[in-house]
Design a protein around this ligand. Structure first.
Ligand code: UD1
Ligand code: CA
Length: 453
């Protein structure tokens, strides 16, 4: 099968410099949703018709299995399909999709494909409460499709028809060339309508059949930011319902956003207002507190991610405790039972089993062994202004509060670092390390008093 995706339109009503089909739904361009659905149908040719912002569109969705046809001027949907013809295999049918209709399910398309087979012309139609603006499906007394008439060309009686053209059609390809070549643009919009092909097919003795989607939202297109926001909500509701169906506890299915893929084990629980981006995996018994943002992360079994934690890449072992207000950046790897607490930032660093940094700390480019305790206010000084260096802290080290570790530096097994120490030289196993400072107390000191103005 060939698949042609129409994506040449400008989308004036988006009021944006970005081509309409590149606006994001769930973190991914609208057109990428359509291409991904198309791929699940294993087309032998996949052609995207581009026009407005063609270069940007090509760059955004270009892939070895995608070909592009350029429609210089947007002279109508029929004209758009015509531009793709030279790239199609005439021996198999062609399915036409829209780059701005992102949520159509593959199962619905398969129903249309099956209904049409290799010989028939198939139209995906749907009965709607308010058909205004859509092409109407006109049937004869026997219920057979006669034609599709656009809103602007329709009579009063035709405008009352509730069955509309979703725009998605499948057609034999060999005959399509002559049908498209014979289209006229003597209609209200002066365009070459793909919808007029229905009458050409009937004249040629080709049967026209219809199929319907499971849900109306599958056929909704995006023409404005309002419609984009509405489809985003529909999509997020669907994702939330799929998670609930899989046994995930969501404190409120209306307050979760998944912009990518979220895989969950058994008995995962997610509180409100969490955003998941990229590829996120939550193993069994993971609990996510409210208001967390988690991107590209693998969270181990039994781990608790408390409120307001921000993860931008990282992995945790089992039974880790994170947050509230923790931040993991790319390359953060926390071993089993590690704790990373409030206002602790971890970047490109490994925590061994049971190691803890509970408060106000920056750990970057660091290897921490097992059972290490990092006191509040510890900073790894990993950057010398030009290059990054590594800090190594071996097993069972105790890092006193307000310590600075100036990398590159190695702290041996079992070392104790006194509070307020700046460590800039390696420390041997089991040693106590401190900076000599004296504490001075003076009597009779008077605090300054605020001047009266
Ligand atoms: C089209 C259908 C209408 C259907 C509706 C469903 C026609 C004539 N009408 O109307 O029956 O109910 O979709 O939403 O087909 N495009 C191009 N090149 C063009 C024109 C359009 O690539 O020259 C693309 C647009 O970018 C868009 C899609 O085709 O993705 C539909 O075009 P649009 O102008 O929105 O068609 P409608 O008037 O909505
Ligand atoms: Ca439209």
């Amino acid at each position: 099968m060939n698949i042609v995706i129409l994506a040449a339109g400008m989308g004036k009503r988006m009021r944006s410099a970005l081509p309409k089909v590149l606006h994001s739904l769930a973190g991914k361009p609208l057109l990428a949703h359509v291409i991904d659905t198309a791929r699940t149908l294993s087309p032998t040719r996949l052609v995207v018709v581009v026009g407005h912002g063609a270069d940007k569109v090509r760059e955004a969705v270009g892939a070895p299995d995608v070909q592009f046809a350029l429609q210089d001027k947007q002279l109508g949907t029929g004209h758009a399909v015509q531009q793709a013809l030279p790239l199609l295999d005439p021996s198999v049918p062609t399915l036409v999709l829209y780059g701005d209709v992102p949520l159509t399910r593959a199962s619905t398309l398969e129903r249309l494909i099956d209904a049409a087979g290799a010989e028939r012309y198939g139209v995906l139609t749907v009965n709607v409460g308010d058909p205004a603006g859509y092409g109407r499906i006109v049937r004869d007394a026997a219920g057979k499709v006669k034609k599709i008439v656009e809103q602007k060309d329709a009579s009063e009686a035709e405008r009352r028809i509730a069955e509309i053209n979703t725009g998605i059609v499948i057609t034999p390809t060999r005959t399509l060339e002559t049908w498209l070549a014979s289209l006229k643009n003597n209609n209200a919009q002066g365009e070459f309508y793909l919808t007029d092909v229905v009458e050409r097919a009937i004249d040629a003795g080709v049967e026209v059949v219809t199929a319907q989607p499971d849900a109306e939202w599958e056929t909704l297109g995006v023409n404005s930011k309002i419609q984009l926001a509405e489809l985003e909500r529909i999509h997020q509701r669907n994702v939330a319902h799929a998670l609930l169906d899989a046994g995930v506890t969501l404190m409120d299915p209306a307050r979760i956003d998944v912009r990518g893929t979220l895989e969950c084990g058994a008995d995962v629980s997610i509180d409100v207002n969490c955003v998941f981006e990229g590829r996120v995996t939550l193993a069994d018994n993971v609990t996510i507190g409210p208001n967390c943002v988690i991107r590209d992360a693998t969270i181990g079994a039994g781990t608790r991610v408390d409120a307001y934690t921000h993860i931008e890449g990282g992995t945790t072992g089992a039974n880790v405790v994170l947050g509230p207000y923790a931040r993991l950046r790319p390359g953060a790897k926390l071993g089993d039972e590690a704790h990373v607490g409030n206002f602790v930032e971890v970047k490109n660093a490994v925590f061994g089993q049971g190691s803890k940094a509970n408060h106000l700390t920056y750990i970057g480019d660091t290897d921490i062994g097992a059972r290490v305790n990092i006191g509040a206010g510890t900073i790894t000084c990993n950057y010398d202004g030009a290059n990054k260096h590594r800090t190594v802290i071996e097993d069972d080290v105790f890092v006193g509060s307000d310590t600075q570790l100036v990398a590159p530096v190695r702290v041996g097994r079992g070392v104790t670092i006194a509070a307020g120490t700046t460590v800039w030289k390696d420390v041997g196993e089991g040693e106590l390390v401190l900076n000599e400072k004296t504490q001075v107390s003076k009597t009779g000191y008077k605090r300054p008093v605020k001047k009266k103005s």
